[in-house]
Design a binder for this molecule. Structure first.
Ligand code: IMP
Ligand code: MG
Length: 178
């Protein structure tokens, strides 16, 4: 059985690579060279690795740190409550932060993270997500930079998981039947 059997491709590896390069340029043009990139674990680690190299090509020298938040447990339903599982280590005060996540869906995760970073003295927090799923938004929050608008399906691959599987897929796909 092929490792990706039952998963239908939505965004190919080549499409993602091309879009992420452009996104790096968009961020660079908009917020300049001095940024603290904070990636929300675990889902955004693949995107972040490509985005920071796209930023390098656009002459940005980001510092990079991580914050692990949990809102979904291991299923596909949001618990509606966000917890910090691993906190940022770098100083945040006075920094322009680029908060990076894989998907913006209800908006609970990123509005929690944004408020948290602002309350700790970040001077500005801009949001960059690979995928925007606008259909289930409950928090009044929008991303400043979006890779792709995503249809209302549960997607996996390129860092995104279903029950901790499929993060390794080089493309983004939908589990058949969803
Ligand atoms: P929000 O708090 O509802 O905006 O959820 C955002 C988080 O839920 C993301 O960081 C993902 O980890 C997870 N998530 C939402 N939709 C999907 C999906 O389709 N596939 C995988 N993870 C998802
Ligand atoms: Mg996530």
């Amino acid at each position: 059985m092929k490792a990706n059997a039952g998963i239908v491709e939505l965004f190919s590896e080549a499409e993602i690579a091309a879009r992420v390069q452009v996104l790096g340029r968009e961020v660079a043009d908009d917020i300049g060279p001095d940024i603290l990139l904070i990636a929300v674990l675990k889902g955004s680690f693949v995107f972040t690795a490509d985005l920071m190299r796209a930023l390098h090509r656009a002459e940005v020298r980001p510092q990079v740190d991580f914050m692990q938040l949990s809102s979904y447990g291991s299923g596909t339903q949001s618990k509606g409550r966000v917890e910090v599982v691993r906190d940022v280590g770098d100083p945040i005060e006075g920094r322009t932060v680029l908060l990076v996540d894989d998907i913006l869906e209800s908006g609970r995760t990123l509005s929690f993270a944004k408020q948290n970073l602002l309350s700790r003295g970040a001077c500005e927090v801009r949001l960059c997500v690979l995928l925007d799923k606008p259909h289930k938004r409950v928090a009044g929050i929008e991303a400043d930079f979006v890779g792709f608008t995503c249809p209302d399906h549960f997607v996996v691959g390129y860092g995104l998981d279903y029950a901790h599987y499929h993060r390794e897929l080089p493309f983004i796909g939908v589990i058949e039947g969803d």
